[in-house]
Design a protein around this ligand. Structure first.
Ligand SMILES: [Zn+2]
Length: 116
């Protein structure tokens, strides 16, 4: 490590969710963050933001998922932690390849909050 590396500010670590909860109808994921914030998004908003290689072209970063193909009635079948950095979400359309890091979950739930 050089002298200049020591002067660089450390990259801010995104806050992690300390609590996750899916509403009983399976439509909304609620997150409780370590900084005290609570956010929530619908299954559909999360599905549209899926970061997996089937939904985003890995070379161009273009979203290839057609939003018209995602039903308004989409629900969450399973939300499982991946290490301590992400959640793997299984949707009712059987899409289960999306791994959502905390940074993505925070961004989506703040940009597209679930109506309460
Ligand atoms: Zn995907």
């Amino acid at each position: 490590m050089s002298f200049w590396d020591k002067l660089k500010p450390a990259a801010p670590t995104p806050p992690a969710a300390i609590g996750t909860d899916v509403t009983s109808d399976g439509k909304v994921l609620r997150l409780h963050w370590e900084d005290g914030k609570r956010t929530a998004s619908t299954a559909r908003s999360l599905r549209l933001a899926c970061p997996c290689a089937a939904c985003v072209d890995e070379w161009t970063n273009q979203r290839t998922l057609d939003s018209a193909s995602v039903a308004e009635t989409l629900t969450l079948l399973e939300v499982a932690p991946v290490g301590n950095y992400a959640l793997r979400i299984t949707f009712s359309d059987q899409h289960a390849t999306g791994i959502y890091p905390w940074r993505v979950l925070r961004e989506v739930t703040e940009r597209a909050p679930a109506p309460s």
